[in-house]
Design a protein around this ligand. Structure first.
Ligand code: ADP
Ligand code: MG
Length: 232
């Protein structure tokens, strides 16, 4: 809601100054940030830095479809307790493309851009392979509770969907997770190596059909950025 995003001009200026200092200390041009900071970005970004894998800690979402999704989520979020926008319902984003094209980079960049915009969000990020490993039944571990946490958190990054070996068990877990987020319109960032046509084979028709309806799609292409790096 636009009203919820409104800040006193001097407050926005102060926050932008602080963010600019932090970004330039990290070698990032403040102009490259996807969104103007709106509220408490420094604290939220610093907290996020501790949870984001080091490789993606300073990732910037620079793909226009990703920044458009970030803007849409930031714009439509309901105000949270302190008046800052929060995430409730919204579209999801499927980032597809071959290995090394920057899918995970864009996904963490999107989370960072939302935090920089002052959106108050609880978020979880996990690769599909790690999720299946974590949910495997073992004594003393409440896998059902973990699945519920992932299903219900306001923003979920499910990375590399379709890359792990599948079985009836993984298909059922993926279905329960995606179906919950589908039914409750929970914004979900999904990355996958699979072309759309193969998603159905790998994930089953129930998941593929829900993803078709709930996600906006971004296709990344180009060379594998890991192999394209100039050798030292
Ligand atoms: N837009 C970008 N700017 C700079 N580095 C990038 C960008 N996108 C990806 N990278 C880097 O390229 C490598 C591969 O990106 P990654 O997101 O892991 O690829 P994918 O998830 O598609 O396999 C990583 O080292 C990442 O930090
Ligand atoms: Mg990746």
């Amino acid at each position: 809601m636009t009203a919820a995003l409104a800040q006193a001009p001097h407050q926005v200026g102060r926050i932008a100054d602080r963010l600019g200092v932090i970004l330039s200390q990290r070698g990032i041009s403040p102009d490259a940030a996807a969104l103007e900071p709106q509220a408490e970005p420094v604290t939220a970004l610093e907290l996020a830095d501790a949870r984001i894998p080091a490789r993606y800690r300073y990732a910037l979402a620079d793909h226009p479809h990703v920044t458009a999704w970030v803007n849409e989520i930031a714009r439509t979020g309901r105000p949270g307790p302190a008046g800052a926008p929060g995430i409730s319902e919204g579209p999801s984003l499927l980032i597809a493309g071959p290995t090394g094209t920057g899918k995970t980079h864009q996904a963490y960049g999107a989370i960072r851009a939302l935090l920089a915009a002052g959106v108050r969000l609880r978020w979880e990020a996990v690769t599909a392979a790690d999720l299946y490993a974590r949910l495997r039944p073992r004594s003393g571990h409440d896998a059902e509770r973990e699945l519920q946490t992932m299903a219900k958190c306001p923003l979920l990054l499910l990375d590399d969907l379709g890359a792990a070996k599948t079985s009836e068990w993984t298909e059922e877990l993926t279905y329960r997770l995606i179906n919950h987020r589908y039914e409750h319109l929970r914004p979900t960032l999904i990355t996958t190596n699979l072309p759309t046509a193969d998603l159905r084979t790998a994930l089953g028709d129930r998941v593929a059909s829900r993803l078709a309806e709930m996600t906006e799609r971004v296709i990344l292409d180009g060379p594998d950025r890991r192999r394209a790096r100039p050798s030292a």
